[in-house]
Design a binder for this molecule. Structure first.
Ligand SMILES: C[S@@+](CC[C@H](N)C(=O)[O-])C[C@H]1O[C@@H](n2cnc3c(N)ncnc32)[C@H](O)[C@@H]1O
Length: 281
């Protein structure tokens, strides 16, 4: 796939953190309550946004493995963690950081998840996480991934899986054409086979329930408006780029739509979902 720009991941982080469902995070915290330490593998970690959103809900001592196929993002993740932490020091394979009364030992792992659905090898972590990843994968990948971590009875927490629903406001005559072309682009192969896109959370939930897991789901939409101009503009540019690649919408329509979407007064609701899956007792 074409890769994720660090600027885009930085720009979306505060909207992502604000959108996460607090009820699922509290349930995750309750699951690990009383534990002193936890090991976590974060898939498609990017700049480590998921670690920063989740760390305060987990036990005081945390050993994270951040997995990504983009070495530049992993290297930048250490810089972002260092800037976020109260104190830090580099290690041979990552970084150690303190944030509040939490101590985090972070290891970077370069791996292609399309080829390796279970990059923890033979030492199963206490928790597997992923954020803004599952809409990129295929139904076949989900089946293999769920089989791998349910076999090891590992809990799984995922946030911000795009559910395919986006509502721009105010309405624009180009919306319908842009939306249908974007949706088709969303289903293209992102390196894992044909992407499940908006169906990802439901597919995961069905497979996890069938494996006996207790599954909780909750919406986590972005509600962007006044104050989110930079993210709205980047979102509109991203849509335009994707729609252009489909060749389904005339360039002049795309240009006019993007220009209108960057004017003050726009708002956008982007549908996402979070999911927490706990193994059978
Ligand atoms: C939308 S970004 C989300 C990043 C981060 N989890 C966050 O919430 O900001 C998707 C991430 O998945 C990674 N990714 C995509 N395909 C991958 C693959 N085949 N193997 C490993 N990582 C992959 C990308 O490099 C990117 O960091």
């Amino acid at each position: 796939m074409s890769g994720f720009a660090p600027d885009w991941l930085r720009l979306r982080e505060s909207a992502d953190h604000a959108a996460r469902d607090r009820g699922l995070l509290d349930k995750l915290a309750a699951y690990f309550a009383g534990r002193e330490a936890v090991t976590v593998v974060d898939l498609g970690a990017g700049l480590g946004s998921n670690l920063r959103a989740t760390a305060s809900y987990l036990p005081k001592v945390q050993r994270w493995v951040l997995v990504d196929h983009d070495p530049a993002l992993l290297a930048a993740a250490c810089e972002v963690i260092a800037a976020w932490a109260d104190s830090h020091q580099p290690t041979a394979d990552g970084i150690e950081a303190r944030k509040g009364d939490h101590s985090l030992h972070v290891k970077l792992k370069h791996a292609d998840l399309a080829a390796d659905v279970a990059p923890w090898g033979s030492s199963a972590p206490d928790l597997v996480t992923a954020a803004a990843l599952l809409d990129l994968v295929s139904a076949d990948w989900i089946a293999r991934f769920v089989a791998a971590f349910t076999r090891a009875r590992i809990p799984f927490y995922t946030a911000l899986t795009h559910d395919g629903g986006t509502q721009w406001n105010p309405p624009h005559p180009g919306d319908a054409a842009m939306d249908s072309a974007f949706t088709r682009h969303f289903g293209r192969d992102k390196g894992f086979g044909p992407a499940v896109g908006g169906a990802a959370t439901a597919l995961m939930a069905d497979r996890l329930s069938a494996a006996g897991y207790e599954v909780s789901r909750a919406p986590s939409p972005w509600r962007l408006g006044a104050g989110d101009a930079a993210l709205l503009a980047a979102l509109a540019d991203g849509w335009a780029e994707a729609v252009r690649e489909t060749g389904e919408v005339a360039g002049i329509v795309i240009d006019e739509w993007v220009e209108a979407r960057k004017r003050p007064g726009n708002a956008c609701m982007v549908g996402h979902a979070d999911l927490l899956a706990l193994p059978p007792a």
